[in-house]
Design a protein around this ligand. Structure first.
Ligand code: FES
Length: 154
């Protein structure tokens, strides 16, 4: 049986799912009970944090910001809390479904996390969203400066 690909989220292209510059991590590195934090850059060059989270049928990607207070990070650097397959915002206890991003409980009940398209190919997770470029694993590194986002290779 060949390698299985799973495409999740909007606005992906198939070629993104095997682009080494868009490889986030291995699927095995995404924990079952918390989130995997990474950084992306949007169309305007602004860095944003995002998380990978396990779902019943693979992995999903979400921007790492609560829908109640939009500057509050769900994963503050050591993994977001999860309860029964839902992400929990530690600030005021909002619950978000891992697979849909939908807030089922809390002050932003009914809102939805912002999706980041990801794809799994041959055991690796790729950023498969034309709205974002992959910057690196972990939180936004404010000391890295703009050179961290350069595609120039020497
Ligand atoms: S900031 Fe997340 S629930 Fe209030």
């Amino acid at each position: 049986m060949g390698a299985r690909s799973i495409y999740l989220g909007a606005k992906y292209t198939r070629s993104m799912a095997s682009d080494p510059d868009r490889r986030i991590t291995s699927l095995d590195a995404v924990p079952a009970d918390t989130t995997y934090l990474f950084t992306v850059r949007d169309d305007e060059g602004e860095r944003r944090e995002a998380v990978l989270v396990r779902t019943d049928d693979g992995v999903a990607g979400w921007l790492n910001y609560c829908r109640h207070l939009l500057d509050v990070r769900l994963d503050k650097g050591s993994g977001a809390p999860m309860r029964d397959g839902e992400l929990v915002c530690a600030n005021h206890g909002a619950y978000f479904e891992a697979d849909t991003g939908y807030c089922t409980f809390g002050p932003c009940d009914g809102a939805t996390l912002e999706s980041v398209g990801v794809a799994v190919d041959d055991g690796d997770v790729y950023l498969a969203d034309e709205n974002y470029a992959f910057v690196g694993s972990g939180p936004i590194d404010d000391d890295a400066g703009p050179s961290n986002t350069s595609n120039v290779e020497f």
